[in-house]
Ligand binder design. Sequence first.
Ligand code: MN3
Length: 204
Amino acid sequence: MAFTLPELPYACDALEPYIDARTMEIHHSKHHAGYVAKLNAALEGVKGFDGKSVEDILRNIDAVPEAKRQAVINHGGGHANHSLFWQLMGPGKGGDPSRALAGAIDSELGGFATFKEKFADAAANRFGSGWAWLTRNGSGRLQILSTANQDSPLMDGHVPILGLDVWEHAYYLKYQNKRPEYIEAWWNVVDWAKANELYRAANG
Ligand code: MN3
């Protein structure tokens, strides 16, 4: 088995000026590629994982032999998180959530403005490296949370609906230490149709 680096669904400069081309290029071709390579190395020679998706592996992380588990959490999480992240952005996106997800944000999270504020807080206040998430939790409710490092919400029974990478490698070239400015700019590239699709699938 070998996991492979997915193509970016748009050009590296497609998210300018909000996310710069150089950051996208390094982030995808170096960081994400590194997670894929190290995930493959971690699972090499380990039996029972052929043909499983990285998402399935993370959902059942305890099935990974203990000696390999942290490497799979780090690099499998990195692979899954970034694969999703690229799909949740696009040129000419942004705006407001759509359809079913918009309704759920209104009824469960107090509306879009409140959601944005809480999500941005989760992203800004994640100390060190990690991610902010909107998930559908194990009780079927929308939830805002953040995770450290490359920990995937899938390991805790959540389905990711929206995720924001707040590792410095995601923004430092353009925004340096100003993470809140990166978070604010990021709303302009969020693909809400994709988030809605993930929400619908999570509830299917
Ligand atoms: Mn990253």
